[in-house]
Design a protein around this ligand. Structure first.
Ligand code: TNX
Length: 690
């Protein structure tokens, strides 16, 4: 990092490489762009696929038709790719070398890697560096696109950088999964943790237990051929696929298909509601383990990765505690409580998974003293469970703090670091416990990385991209880049560029929401709704209560058609802070900032007024009329506050009224927040009262 010049820190890359130095001599992109590939790794299937994708991707990014020229290993190639070595046979393994270096100088690029994965990562960096030439400081640039001169050395901080993707709550067809993989590879993530079964559906074809697709999937599942297609696609992008089959809870779909595995009386159906259900597998019967052995044997063959995830989260033990046979079993085996019984269950399942040649991963609830040390713990209830696991000698990955379904800002996720425990107050699972001792260097090695998680109770294929992107890129940077890369402003500047870049890859985080708002607007012009939605956000955490929804509830309202984080509100907050930080005198002379704030507020107010007819006419929007009224009133008082700050003097009755408008705007309506409200509150408080 020390080597990173100031300008280089703002290079349009995410994740930021380990070191970047700017050089003279950009590489212009022209129709004659050519590539040469050499080295023992050149024949690797992934390297070949990656190189083949370069031409169409540049063409999409630039609009320049390319002739697709591959040239022999000669110095004339625009991009010279050297892959020194091959690696082992498939599948990709945790820890495979991803190091690369890239040098662009004198109109040529050289990308060097010791092994295939490094080449793949370097190609993404190269493609991300292609930007339109812009006029700098009055110096007219040539129209077109180029890669700036740079020297980059890069390798990841963590070997396990994943996304845990739920495809049970709402089924995500193959195309959505493959598009997500493309985006993951673009930001150098390397694990898809595929959450394939839950209460609402089992999503893989089983030849051995066909009721899993006939009953438990309700028709929405991947054939084994499709699973293989996804695994092949992931491999060609340098991504491992770790399957998860959640048990003994979150398994209502399996139990609907095979009721004899259940603790409670059957038959019951696949869940259509959300939340923690009470249906559990019966951990006391041999037949349960025979079934699981058959299922795991089949799935362990289908999924080639070394790791196999057995879930283990959220076991709500009512059924176990109330069942006389289970209580008797516990007495016989000296098991004192439900936790002990889950631990017994985990141990049996771990044995089965290991017997089929896999390593086990599980959610942090499975961490119990008798667990074999080869199990990987995925920490979701708080970062301390990762600490605990590492200090006891278990490998661990962090997901707490990286939940994309909770609608937090990119900066909140970005601030979470697998190697740094958050202060006690912020780690809910450990609020009252004393801080644990620091990890030894040896224990630190057990922290393998992390995974963002996307649970899809409230997401559907249509808006999946908008829930994942661009925030997932910020988490990807946290897991790839050096720990010291932590400047939030730089992150947001680069995130905006990355967000646009990702859409040229085929992601639709922006366009899909535009289309959804067009549907809401119906025959009305969409413009006012677009402007209006730039200053709305969904509520965070679990406040938009998924238990009020069913799997079939349409997710087609305004809250479903806005991004998780408002860029406009963040920029407005920063401007208001800058404005208020000025002295009264400076404020009066800085008319540019004041006028900008006023213009912005007037435009938002107008949009809130203009959406009213559309909202009155369109039933899907009618319930949001009060939101429009609140925004309109809020923008009005914000403009008045600025005018009053400018004019000086006090106005007690106005202030009272304005405070009431702000307070209304701070409350959420229809599960949406108006994220400019706190900044307006600051403006209003700054006006002298009575
Ligand atoms: C908890 S995270 C769950 C999921 C839910 C998620 C919603 C975990 C291991 N279990 O079943 O979908 O919260 O955020």
């Amino acid at each position: 990092m020390a080597r990173m010049a100031h300008a280089a820190a703002d290079i349009p890359l995410m994740p930021l490489p380990q070191s970047v130095t700017l050089e003279a001599g950009a590489l212009e992109i022209t129709g004659g762009f050519s590539i040469s590939v050499s080295g023992a790794g050149a024949a690797d299937d992934r390297v070949r696929d990656s190189v083949e994708r370069i031409f169409p991707r540049i063409q999409r990014q630039t609009g320049i038709p390319l002739r697709g020229r591959m040239v022999g290993d000669n110095q004339a190639a625009s991009l010279r790719l050297i892959v020194a070595g091959k690696d082992h046979r498939a599948p990709q393994k945790l820890g495979d070398d991803e190091t690369y270096s890239l040098r662009v100088a004198n109109g040529q690029a050289q990308l060097s890697a010791a092994a295939p994965l490094g080449a793949l990562r370097g190609v993404e960096t190269f493609l991300q560096l292609i930007q339109q030439n812009e006029t700098v400081a009055g110096q007219q640039s040539r129209p077109g696109f180029s890669v700036p001169g740079v020297t980059i050395q890069d390798s990841p901080r963590f070997g396990w950088r994943g996304l845990s993707l739920d495809v049970s709550r709402h089924f995500l067809p193959i195309a959505d999964v493959e598009r997500t993989l493309d985006g993951m590879a673009a930001v150098k993530l390397n694990v898809l943790h595929w959450h394939l079964s839950d209460d609402q559906g089992f999503r893989v074809e089983s030849k051995k237990y066909p009721k899993l697709q006939q009953v438990a999937s309700e028709g929405n599942y991947y054939t084994q051929a499709q699973v293989q297609e996804v695994i092949a696609h992931a491999r060609s992008l340098g991504i491992r696929v770790v399957p998860e089959f959640d048990m003994p809870g979150h398994a209502a779909a399996i139990l609907a298909a095979y009721p004899s595995l259940a603790t409670g009386p059957g038959p019951q159906s696949v869940a259509h509601n959300f939340g923690v259900l009470t249906r559990l597998m019966d951990p006391t019967k041999d037949s349960t383990y025979r079934f699981l052995d058959g299922l795991i044997a089949e799935m362990a063959k289908l999924f080639p990765d070394d790791y196999f995830h057995i879930g283990g989260d959220e076991v709500e033990a009512t059924e176990w505690n109330q069942n006389a046979d289970i209580r008797a079993f516990m007495r016989q085996h000296g098991i004192s409580d439900a936790k002990g019984l889950q631990s017994y269950f985990s141990q049996q399942v771990v044995k089965i998974v290991i017997s089929h040649g896999k390593r086990v991963a599980g959610w942090d609830e499975i961490l119990e003293p008798d667990l074999p040390k080869t199990v990987v713990i995925q920490s979701w209830r708080g970062q301390r469970s990762l600490w605990q696991a590492a200090s006891q000698g278990y490998d661990g990955i962090l997901s707490a703090g990286y939940y994309l379904d909770l609608m937090q800002s990119a900066s909140e996720h970005y601030a979470i670091d697998p190697m740094r425990l958050p202060p006690a107050g912020e780690d809910q699972a450990a609020a009252s416990e004393p801080a644990p001792p620091p990890l030894t260097p040896e224990q630190t090695k057990h922290i393998l990385g992390g995974e963002a998680a996307m649970w899809v109770e409230l997401a559907v294929p249509e808006n999946l991209d908008a829930k994942l992107w661009p925030r997932l890129a910020a988490i990807a940077e946290r897991l790839w880049s050096p720990e010291a890369v932590a400047d939030t402003d730089s992150m947001y500047r680069r995130l905006a560029i990355t967000n646009r870049w990702l859409e040229f890859l085929g992601l639709s985080q922006r366009t899909s929401l535009v289309r959804m708002r067009q549907r809401l607007a119906g025959s009305f012009p969409r413009g006012p709704l677009d402007t209006f939605s730039t200053i709305l956000e969904p509520v965070e955490g679990y406040e938009r209560d998924s238990e009020k929804y069913q799997t079939e509830t349409p997710l087609n309202r305004l809250i479903d058609a806005i991004p998780p984080e408002s860029d406009a509100a963040r920029e407005f907050r920063n401007k208001v802070d800058a404005y208020l930080a000025e002295s009264a005198e400076a404020r009066k002379s800085d008319v540019a900032l004041r006028d900008e704030l006023l213009r912005q507020l007037a435009a938002w107010q107008k949009s809130a007024d203009d959406v009213r007819p559309m909202m009155e006419a369109n039933g899907l929007l009618t319930q949001d009329l009060p939101v429009a009224d609140t925004v309109s009133a809020l923008c009005r008082v914000a403009q008045q506050a600025i005018t009053r700050l400018d004019a000086g003097g006090r106005d007690a009755s106005w202030k009272q009224e304005a405070t009431a408008a702000v307070e209304a705007a701070l409350r959420h309506q229809d599960s949406m927040l108006i994220p400019i409200a706190p900044a307006v509150q600051k403006l209003v408080s700054a006006v002298p009262g009575g």
